[in-house]
Design a binder for this molecule. Sequence first.
Ligand SMILES: Nc1ncnc2c1ncn2[C@@H]1O[C@H](COP(=O)(O)OP(=O)(O)OP(=O)(O)O)[C@@H](O)[C@H]1O
Ligand SMILES: [Mg+2]
Length: 358
Amino acid sequence: MDKIKKGVRLDHISKIYQDPKTGKDFYAVKDTSLTIEPGSFVTLLGPSGCGKTTTLRMIAGFESPDEGEIYLGDEPINALTPNKRDTAMVFQSYALLPHYNVFDNVAYGLKLRKVPKDEIRERVMHILDLVELTGMEGRMTNQLSGGQQQRVALARALVIEPSVLLFDEPLSNLDAKLRVSMRTEIRRIQQEVGITAIYVTHDQSEAMALSDQIIIMNKGVVAQIGTPQEIYYHPVSEFVADFIGEANFLRGKMTGTENGLAVLDVEGDRLAVAPREGMRVGEEYTVVLRPESAALSDEGGLPCTVELSCFMGSYQNYHVRVGNTLVKLAENDPRNKRIYRVGEQCHLTFAPDTVHVL
Ligand SMILES: Nc1ncnc2c1ncn2[C@@H]1O[C@H](COP(=O)(O)OP(=O)(O)OP(=O)(O)O)[C@@H](O)[C@H]1O
Ligand SMILES: [Mg+2]
């Protein structure tokens, strides 16, 4: 597939639906602008109902935006029907043709496009090889496992050589283990073909494992866009921090600075953290602490009481109370570390630069 790669751009896109119960209009997607680079793998991630599917369906052309314009490369595509767009979609339900075999399912889109028979055969066999289904082309789709059906669905989308591949929770019907291996497959194939992929999920580990960029959505608006690392280490809000991985929130007023660190009063104790720009003495801040960044110690840090101490093999899981705040932490490789028991008084420590100030 030696096509010119195309990106996607949403320019102030909104979609208004009517609430069937109240009859009132509401924004399912509100004033969303974003740029998806050609050849990148981007996921739309967010809680149920936040507008992920609606956004994807507008890009595919199954819904039209009420405001704004969608571009594929430089071309505005709002007016194009789905089959006139250079996109293909892989659905959660696979939507395979039940009375067709694997070959005919994959060939279907090419037949519709009146591609010559010889070329169809060549392209279908090539794609089946790519998704590792060679030899299965004569099987009916009801004789396939869930993972194999998912591969047929993927092959069917890839074979028409779209510039952009759209996925709406394509792995949610598979068991946990297959989901992990199929997502690796999807990433491999996307990189091999060099196609732009937009992938909807509400599974944060899937988003982290797959994406160049993650777009976090909340209630119809974009909450943050960034690489998995940017979003994990530098969330812009409590919502994002909580949605990606586990997060603890320590709240305190800034009392001063010391050796380039910001000093906060957290639950009556001093806490020094790497500052972010614009922090001011006297203001309240929230500090995001990831469970794996913290440790327990006999001294230093914030005094705390152990409320839960659980051996998990690769880590020791603790819940400790710092004043009124419950903090969850995971100490890795606990084999040769001192284990704190429930009820013990100790200290919560972490390096000042492992936290993020909101
Ligand atoms: N055709 C429709 N008519 C009215 N409301 C709709 C319609 N389609 C979706 N909605 C509403 O729009 C909002 C966004 O829906 P959407 O399907 O985009 O969510 P989602 O983020 O994909 O959620 P999920 O993770 O559950 O799939 C929801 O409140 C939903 O109920
Ligand atoms: Mg959805």
